[in-house]
Design a protein around this ligand. Sequence first.
Ligand code: ADP
Ligand code: MG
Length: 320
Amino acid sequence: MSALLELENVSRHYAVSGGLLGLRHGLVRAVDGVSLTVDAGASLGLVGESGCGKSTLARCILGLEQLEGGAIRFQGRDITDWPQTELRRQMQMVFQDPYSSLNPRMSVGAIVAEPLTIHGLGTAAERKAKTLALLRTVGLDTDMARRYPHQLSGGQRQRVAVARALALSPALVVCDEPVSALDVSIQAQVLLLLQDLRTRLGLTYLFISHDLAVVGQICDRIAVMYLGRVVELGPAETLINDPRHPYTRVLLSAVPVPDPGHKRNRENLTGELPSPLNPPSGCPFHPRCPQVMDICRHEFPQAFSTGEARLAHCWLHKPA
Ligand code: ADP
Ligand code: MG
């Protein structure tokens, strides 16, 4: 496998003003020095609490944000060197809320065909045939083409959003919380669909969720984010069965275990997620970390190896 997407030390900060008359200025470190790779055909999960920078990172990858630092390469080429229309074609996005991401005035057929129309692909008849084929691919009846978003269930709407994302045969599909707005039973169906599409069509996913259980179902590697930083990275199975970063353990202890005989020490988070506006010094997790050491307050650790293909940014794993 070769790297389809490479992120090197990517940062995106926002200058914000607040307080009385907006005079108090600060810097939100939404994404702060993130390095990651996604291989062609792989599925990388990006997980972390709300506000940790997942969507900002997705927008950076799609070329929608100006970086403060670092570089993003797609198919070996810096994304700023890609023609925008070509990058739009190669990377597609599925959003959390299919209701607001689908135009209510357009029929399902027109929504799915829109990327083909915009990019001027095929004749009208070819676009229609392709649209119907896409609806079948995502498990929808072709009669759906004449309906409108408000006539569909949440799960059906998300299938339409997936069909639209696949219309241009993208090399990368970025899914940002694609099942978070759905009922649990529907979540499972949409996850199965995404999994099935990945194997059938050889898709590559960057799959974003605040829910580690969801990410564990669909991804082969997982990156755990905390306050703009990746703190742990590794194969999904070993990362979930044997988390090495104290923050990953805390995230996991919030996931329900189906086996009632299974005992797990619950590690509860103390304190709120600190603001990425002026984040804590050193390791940003240190104020909430049950294993905090003095060095953690002063210096963010580099990535230390914690096993095969595994990394943790945590001083506990500094080689002796
Ligand atoms: P997530 O997707 O993990 O919930 P986001 O990437 O949406 O997190 O946000 C990360 C942080 O950046 C949050 O604190 C958010 O308030 C802040 N942020 C995101 N976009 C902007 C913006 N345009 N201006 C200022 N702050 C922003
Ligand atoms: Mg988000």
